[in-house]
Design a protein around this ligand. Structure first.
Ligand code: NAP
Ligand code: 12T
Length: 337
């Protein structure tokens, strides 16, 4: 466990990436008590500068000695780096909060969304805590209070995920393809198997033998681990040409009837949630409005008229913040509380 101190030595692994940059700015924005900040990335970023609290910090190449004297390490440099270096960091006495999919389903690794299952931080057997998948995080922030009120039996979710979930190169790809098409030039494909600009791809992460993608099965398995193993979950995850924020259409069937008004009232006091639901004023959550914000926005709250106890909701959150950097920093805040 973490020894209580006034300030902590914090390392960010993958500090130059789409998520890593947000980790540094979230540590600053939430006034996390940082005694010393160490930034790591690959060899090609050695010497790059990242700003923290108005000061420039130099990025260093990650190696096995990177974690000496570090209290908390936020990892966001890909699953293979996490598999290799998280145990090294933990052996040096540091608590790792890992953003990759590498450790999430390990029974000895807590998988945590603080609004949902902060209690699972009580024991950290391997010194590693996993940050869930971005799509699962925002869905469960919205569903936890509804589950407490009416016991969810089944979830049917379709996601509309932004390209920043894939990282910096994918954001460049959407920008480059859009620019090319608007200038009547041919598009180049590097990150995604198909053109993403002006298109919709029903494909996130790789395909499995059951016909689902890994991203879809993360939503099933991580919901079971964090919220309730008895809930039936089925997911379709879709990439849309949006830079930031994931949107989700979530259908739930509950054991007890919840009216749309009851659900709206429950969600309006739920931690981390903002209800934005007024069709008469065309008010509903939008990716461009949620960008840069910490909250999960919920709207289009309707009763599913095809069954007795069902609801449809629309959930939007910034995948780089609540879906990644913010959730990791909130876990760190829980550890030092
Ligand atoms: P990204 O923009 O591609 O950034 C990758 C980062 O990893 C960069 O800082 C890169 O450094 C670093 N890196 C790559 N190879 C490395 C190596 N050999 N040694 C040290 N550092 C290395 O990707 P991202 O979107 O930030 O995502 C990074 C990780 O976060 C992935 O594991 C991804 O699965 C995870 N993620 C999780 C969620 C979630 O759902 N919670 C959301 C998004 C991402 P250079 O700049 O030097 O190459
Ligand atoms: N492939 O953290 O491409 O498991 O949007 C998150 C996002 C994996 C993950 C994506 C991905 C993860 C994506």
């Amino acid at each position: 466990m973490l020894k209580k101190k006034d300030k902590y030595v914090v390392a960010v692994v993958g500090a130059t990436g789409a998520v890593g940059v947000e980790m540094v700015s979230t540590l600053e924005g939430r006034k996390f008590p940082v005694a010393e900040l160490r930034l790591y990335a690959s060899e090609k970023s050695e010497g790059k500068k990242v700003e923290f609290k108005g000061e420039e910090f130099t990025v260093h190449k990650l190696d096995k000695n990177s974690f000496k004297g570090v209290d908390i390490a936020l990892f966001s440099a890909g699953a293979s780096r996490s598999l290799e270096f998280a145990p090294i960091a933990a052996a040096d006495g540091c608590i790792v909060i890992d953003n990759s999919s590498a450790w999430r389903m390990d029974p000895d690794v807590p998988l945590v969304v603080p609004e949902v299952n902060a209690k699972d931080l009580k024991t950290i057997p391997k010194g590693i805590i996993a940050n869930p998948n971005c799509s699962t995080i925002q869905m469960l922030v919205a569903l936890k209070p509804l589950h407490e009120a009416a016991k969810i039996k089944r979830i049917v979710v379709t996601t509309f995920q932004s390209v920043s979930g894939t990282g910096k190169k994918a954001m460049d790809e959407l920008m480059d393809q859009t620019t090319a098409l608007l200038n009547f030039r041919p598009v180049q494909k590097k990150v995604y198997p198909h053109q993403i600009a002006f298109n919709v791809l029903p494909h996130i992460d790789s395909f499995l033998d059951n016909g689902y993608t890994k991203e879809e099965m993360k939503m099933v398995n991580e919901t079971h681990k964090m919220l309730d193993p008895n809930i039936k979950v089925t997911a379709t995850t879709v990439r849309v040409p949006v830079f930031r924020c994931h949107s989700e259409s979530v259908n739930i069937e509950t054991s007890v009837k919840l009216t749309a008004n009851e659900a709206r009232a429950i969600l309006s006091t739920a931690p981390g949630v903002i209800v934005m639901d007024d069709p008469s004023r065309n008010l509903y959550p939008l990716a461009i409005d949620a960008t840069g914000h910490f909250e999960t926005y919920v709207g289009r709250i309707r009763e599913d008229e095809s069954i007795d106890n069902g609801l449809n909701i629309w959930v939007v959150s910034d995948n780089l913040l609540k879906g990644a950097a913010l959730n990791a920093v909130q876990i760190a805040e829980e550890l030092i509380r």
